[in-house]
Design a protein around this ligand. Structure first.
Ligand SMILES: Cc1ncc(C[n+]2csc(CCOP(=O)(O)OP(=O)(O)O)c2C)c(N)n1
Ligand SMILES: [Mg+2]
Length: 347
């Protein structure tokens, strides 16, 4: 099974409204993320792990499936994806401040360990790649339920696939292989998106893999593998849409490898100057996915300077408000740490 690199131009057009919505979410995520780095440097919050540079990969993918219905297993870098699925800037800010009412874990987990029952975002562990067999299990359940008549495969109010994300370094974990194998053996409605930003903290990809692409491994599992430019939101949307159609039509799983870059340190605890040159970082900053999409939309006449200014002002208002409300919210009471995450302890 050859791995193919998909080009956006080969795909059907995306409506101007949807393109502008994609741009909006990329921008909102970026501004929220930048503010969070500042809050960390001001000593207001303890930790941040960033989606900067990954916005196109995440937003393009998130608009392609049935958001809030299909099972999503995002990883810690998926701020932009989670905003598109329906988590709010306030949900995120409550997480970084560790405040009461934080939806993912009641402020027990680290920030950006997403979970939202109403949106079918499934709870994740801090151990990387553990979400992959979980997602394959959900996809198996979907296929089984459809087979025994518990669920109509054409019913869009029911989950019809499971989509999971992780970084390229995390594909060195056994759980990734187990999940991929299960998805391949049972030809499940399953999509794995690997956001390949070339580093697992300080470890470059060529020290983790003997083959140049993660997607090269897909064939070994009987899974379709695709490499895509993860800084091109439309290309990302199209390849994910194709994978979604395959999953909905019972045609099996897809592994999408989105090549991208994180121009910021791994997390607020990392100093990336110790393992990569400033020239390399600057080179990738010139390929910034938001500036790139802004140029595409502007040249196509789909975005004016006035639109950009309005979106910038709106994003600032939303981020200011989310920060303010999170700061005003109390911390959970100490005894809350002893309760369960989803339900009270049985007495
Ligand atoms: C099983 C396990 N080992 C190590 C870690 C520590 N850790 C957290 S993120 C990370 C790097 C993962 O890199 P990658 O999968 O490429 O994702 P990226 O952060 O680059 O998006 C590591 C080693 C962990 N959380 N879980
Ligand atoms: Mg990585």
């Amino acid at each position: 099974m050859a791995v193919k690199t998909q080009k956006a131009q080969q795909a059907p057009p995306v409506s101007p409204e949807l393109q502008r919505e994609m741009y909006w979410y990329m921008l909102l995520s970026r501004r929220l993320d930048e503010r969070t780095w500042m809050l960390h440097r001001q000593g207001k919050i303890a930790f941040h792990i960033s989606a900067i540079g990954h916005e196109a990969a995440q937003v393009g993918a998130a608009f392609a499936f049935n958001r809030g219905v299909d099972y999503a297993y995002p990883y810690y870098r998926d701020l932009a994806m989670c905003l598109v699925i329906g988590m709010t800037p306030l949900d995120f800010m409550l997480g970084v401040y560790g405040k009461e009412g934080e939806p993912s874990s009641g402020a027990r987990q680290m920030p950006s360990h997403w979970s939202n029952k109403k949106l079918n975002i499934v709870s994740q562990s801090a151990s990387v790649a553990t979400q992959v067999p979980h997602a394959a299990g959900s996809a198996f359940a979907i296929k089984y339920r459809q087979k025994v008549g518990l669920q109509d495969p054409n019913d869009p109010t029911q989950p019809r696939l499971a989509i999971v994300c992780l970084g390229e370094g995390s594909t060195s974990q056994g759980e990734w292989h187990e999940g991929m194998n299960w998805a391949g053996v049972h030809q499940l409605p399953f999509i794995c998106i690997v956001q390949n930003n070339h580093y697992a903290i300080s470890v470059p990809f060529d020290q983790q893999s003997a083959v140049p692409n993660v997607a090269d491994r897909a064939a070994a599992y009987g899974v379709k593998g695709v490499v895509v430019d993860g800084n091109d939101v439309l290309a990302m949307y199209h390849v994910t849409r194709e994978a979604v159609e395959r999953a909905y039509n019972g045609e099996g799983p897809t592994l999408i490898e989105a090549k991208t870059y994180r121009p910021v340190p791994h997390s607020s605890d990392d100093d990336d100057r110790s393992y990569r040159s400033r020239e390399e970082v600057e080179e990738w900053k010139r390929k910034d996915p938001i500036l790139r999409f802004q140029k595409v939309l502007t040249e196509a006449g789909l975005l004016t300077q006035a639109d950009i200014d309005e979106m910038e002002a709106r994003a600032k208002r939303i981020v200011d408000e989310a920060q303010k409300r999170a700061e005003e919210t109390p911390y959970p009471p100490g005894h809350a740490a002893l309760g369960d995450v989803y339900a009270p302890l049985e007495s």
